[in-house]
Design a binder for this molecule. Structure first.
Ligand code: ADP
Ligand code: MG
Length: 356
């Protein structure tokens, strides 16, 4: 393991970025000067930024640095897709405490670069600084879209169909699974310590968490994917969503954003919410209502969008997209219609960092 002080700040930046070569025409100049230089002669420029703090947004006992790098970049790329845009550049800023090594950062950057390569995004800059308490990551993604193609949260209209890509709740169940295994591990360590059982303590060094049959949940938590494929499909089918958002805080919370900003209500049907088999099994094991997971789970990074009712047939034929309800007049409120036909008001129980 190599101590960062061996390279120094500039040496470290150089080491991590020396073979990064911009691929996009809009990247005139990338890493190496006071600014990157971008060129967008005929489109609008989209900018999105996110900050991730160790202990608040991620826990390095669950996620390794390579997956963390991948996820940090992907969640920003996802924001550009959620505007119906094309991501083109990112900047990566990190604050590091002393416990991180050069090799740790190599892992982190290999994740960031894998995410960028997947969507042909250039890393054009960043900042590197130190922190006393842990790792902080701030990523900014820049993208482009034609003015008429941009989809905001505020365009949903009465009678529009509400659609969602993929399935929901799995990333949250993945996190619950990781937490459960961590608890199991520490219970065993406590037990061994209490009994002064050195052999058991030694064995616990090779503790293997039990993830059998739940690989999809882990993948959804650790290997976040942005749904650029859905944006592309919509373009190919000539479908222009009236409103769109990516699901980071849970379906309820994002639907409320769309409804409030579009000044409308909605009906969402419990029976139509897409849920994977493994998500359902895990929810049952934990005696959590699976619909609650899908509504409030978060970190799915699926796309939630509305389309005019005239697109019903086209949407119905699309792979990986489900119609889960429809937009109503605002006075009808925002309601979930359960399997037994009861109505519940949708509430944003999604994770809110300001609240607690
Ligand atoms: P400045 O003093 O102008 O902030 P820096 O020495 O911090 O310049 O950065 C030099 C170059 O390296 C800049 O192009 C900057 O964008 C890039 N850079 C710095 N840190 C990172 C990083 N973590 N990832 C990618 N690029 C970085
Ligand atoms: Mg700097």
């Amino acid at each position: 393991m190599t101590d960062i002080s061996k390279l120094g700040e500039f040496g470290l930046i150089d080491h991590l970025t020396k073979d990064i070569k911009p691929q996009n025409e809009s990247t005139l100049y990338g890493i190496g000067d006071d600014c990157a230089v971008l060129h967008y002669p005929s489109s609008e420029v989209l900018v999105s930024t996110d900050m991730l703090m160790e202990g608040v947004h991620f826990d390095l006992t669950y996620i390794d640095l390579q997956h963390l790098g991948y996820k940090s970049a992907m969640v920003n790329i996802s924001d550009i897709f959620a505007m119906n845009g094309t991501p083109k550049q990112i900047t990566v800023s990190i604050a590091l405490s002393k416990r991180f090594t050069v090799e740790d950062l190599e892992m982190f950057y290999s994740g960031v670069r894998a995410a960028c390569e997947k969507w042909n995004v250039d890393i054009v800059g960043g900042d590197t600084t130190s922190s006393y308490t842990g790792l902080a990551i701030s990523i900014t993604c820049i993208g482009e879209a034609k003015k008429e193609d941009i989809v905001y949260r505020n365009g949903a209209k009465d009678t529009d169909l509400i659609c969602v890509s993929g399935d929901l709740g799995a990333a949250y169940m993945g996190l619950q699974l990781l937490e459960r295994e961590k608890v199991v591990y520490y219970q065993q360590v406590d037990e061994a310590r209490k009994n002064n059982n050195q052999r058991m303590l030694d064995e616990l060094r090779n503790f293997q968490p039990d993830f059998a049959g739940k690989e999809y949940l882990l993948q959804r938590q650790l290997q976040t994917e942005a749904r650029g494929d859905i944006v592309k499909q919509l373009k190919e089918e000539n479908i222009h969503p009236t409103a769109m958002i990516d699901i980071s805080d849970g379906l309820s919370s994002e639907l409320i954003h769309i409804c409030k900003q579009s000044n409308c209500g909605c009906r969402v049907y419990e029976k139509n919410i897409p849920i994977d088999y493994q998500t359902a099994i895990m929810a049952e094991e934990l005696t959590i209502n699976v619909t609650t997971c899908a509504l409030n789970g978060g970190e799915d990074y699926e796309l939630l969008f509305t389309v005019p009712i005239g697109d019903h047939e086209k949407i119905s034929n699309m792979q990986n997209v489900k119609i889960i309800g429809h937009i109503t007049k605002p006075e009808l409120g925002m309601q979930l219609v359960t399997r037994d036909n009861n109505e519940f008001e949708l509430k944003a129980q999604g994770w809110n960092p300001i609240k607690d």
